[in-house]
Write a protein that binds this ligand. Structure first.
Ligand SMILES: [Zn+2]
Ligand SMILES: [Zn+2]
Length: 98
């Protein structure tokens, strides 16, 4: 995940990333919480504030994944910005105590 030319997240960013990972997948709504944390995808490489919570399938799956054929994304009519908006809404609700 951590590539060489990528800056390590700051303490504040790590806190945010953790909160993002606790949200269910922004595409298919699977997982989330301490038991099944989501993967964190950055819309813009290295900008952790543009992090999206995704399950393994919707992230890296060869058929459903963003880095694959994006079948689930098409089914849910979502692009990266749409999924990001869902993540931001959920993080906001979590941060204010739902
Ligand atoms: Zn998913
Ligand atoms: Zn990714």
């Amino acid at each position: 995940m951590q590539s060489k030319n990528k800056k390590a997240p700051t303490t504040l960013e790590r806190e945010y990333i953790r909160l993002v990972a606790l949200q269910p997948c922004s595409v298919c709504d699977e997982g989330g919480g301490e038991g099944a944390p989501s993967e964190v995808h950055e819309i813009v490489q290295g900008n952790w504030w543009l992090s999206t919570a995704l399950c393994t399938g919707c992230h890296r799956g060869p058929v459903n994944g963003l880095h694959g054929q994006r079948r689930m994304w098409k089914l849910k009519k979502l692009d990266e910005q749409g999924a990001l908006a869902i993540t931001i809404r959920r993080v906001f609700l979590a941060a204010r105590g739902a």
